[in-house]
Design a protein around this ligand. Structure first.
Ligand SMILES: NC(=O)c1ccc[n+]([C@@H]2O[C@H](COP(=O)([O-])OP(=O)(O)OC[C@H]3O[C@@H](n4cnc5c(N)ncnc54)[C@H](OP(=O)(O)O)[C@@H]3O)[C@@H](O)[C@H]2O)c1
Length: 308
């Protein structure tokens, strides 16, 4: 395997072997591209190589041409990871259970999967572990996904490794759900729709990660440049589609009691509903607002993509 050394002005020369753990995901694909464009040698851990070759649903690029070497393995099976970090300097993990409808839990993937990687990183003495967590906020601490991610962050902090924990606000890919609903004619919101968020695109977030890559033992919270209420996001979606606005506000008191009932029938759908309820009924605005991407342009590009 080829190893490169580059000099970045004003910092010491660094070896640049980066390992991206989720090169098939929304953020992972942008991260692979940006790592490569910044001169890093990129290794990708995948379980399905084909996914590197295709563009993502949310305007993520195909990344096969940005990857220097591919390692096929499964983070939940440590035996498949032997050799993964040979020669690696920086590990970037945005791996996490999102929409995957499998039997694995957040603890299996977000905690144990990442812990398997961390154990390997410690034994290989890698220089830095960059991890994508979620916002640290007591309003969200009871969500299963947050508990699993925070348990991993605790392990990372205790590991003795140098690390960066990035805590992003909601992604543009999540906002695409509103666009999808608008295409169907109606947007359903929980509550009055006036709660606000500053979502961030994976493109901007990948830039933020790279901009901060020389930080040490750092925790960084970030969101996008623009703040929107959920009603505004819905209006933008209808306007891009040229459709009449139809927003249905479901009262909070009707939704909350149904969450435990839904969980009995489907744990995954129940957890998703709980997450949605928490997000839509709270203002979620970060102090750091980064990047330039806005939702209107994102929806316009999504719309163009969906036409073909
Ligand atoms: N969406 C948000 O608003 C938001 C906000 C803050 C933080 N985050 C976190 O940011 C991270 C990245 O989000 P994203 O939108 O980029 O997610 P994504 O598009 O769903 O990508 C998730 C990645 O994790 C991999 N993965 C999931 N389960 C796996 C398993 N059991 N074994 C191996 N790989 C597995 C996927 O691989 P496959 O392609 O093979 O499935 C994919 O590469 C996630 O941890 C998410 O929780 C998201």
């Amino acid at each position: 395997m080829e190893e490169k050394t580059i000099s970045i002005p004003s910092i010491k020369p660094i070896k640049v072997l980066g390992l991206v753990i989720s090169p098939t995901g929304y953020l992972g694909k942008f991260m692979v591209k940006k790592f490569k464009e910044s001169g890093y040698y990129v290794r990708a851990l995948v379980r399905n190589i084909k996914k590197l070759e295709t563009e993502g649903k949310f305007l993520e690029p195909a990344v096969n041409k940005f990857v220097d070497d591919i390692f096929v393995g499964e983070i939940t099976k440590p035996r498949t990871l032997i050799g993964l970090m040979d020669g690696i300097d920086i590990v970037f993990s945005s791996i996490g259970k999102t929409h995957q409808n499998d039997k694995l839990t957040f603890m299996d993937v977000d905690y144990r999967g990442n812990k398997n990687l961390l154990d390997l990183a410690v034994s290989e003495g890698i220089e830095k572990f960059i991890y994508i967590a979620m916002l640290k906020d007591r309003r969200f601490r009871d969500l299963d996904v947050v508990k699993a991610k925070e348990k991993f962050v605790d392990e990372l902090e205790r590991s003795g490794l140098n690390y960066i924990v990035i805590r992003p606000n909601g992604f543009f890919s999540d906002m695409a759900e509103f666009f999808k609903m608008a295409k169907g004619g109606y947007i359903f919101l929980i509550g009055n729709g006036e709660k606000k968020i500053n979502p961030i695109s994976a493109d901007d977030l990948a830039d933020f990660c790279l901009k901060n890559i020389n930080r040490n033992r750092a925790e960084l919270t970030v969101g996008g440049k623009y703040i929107y209420s959920y009603n505004e996001i819905s209006r933008i979606a209808f306007s891009v589609l040229g459709k009449k606005e139809r927003i249905i506000h479901i009262p909070r008191f009707l939704v909350k009691p149904t969450i435990p009932i839904v969980k009995v029938f489907s744990e995954n759908i129940g957890l998703f509903l709980e997450f949605l309820y928490t997000v839509l009924t709270n203002d979620i605005i970060t102090e750091e607002k980064f990047g330039n991407n806005n939702l209107e342009e994102f929806f316009i590009k999504l719309n163009e993509k969906l036409k073909y």
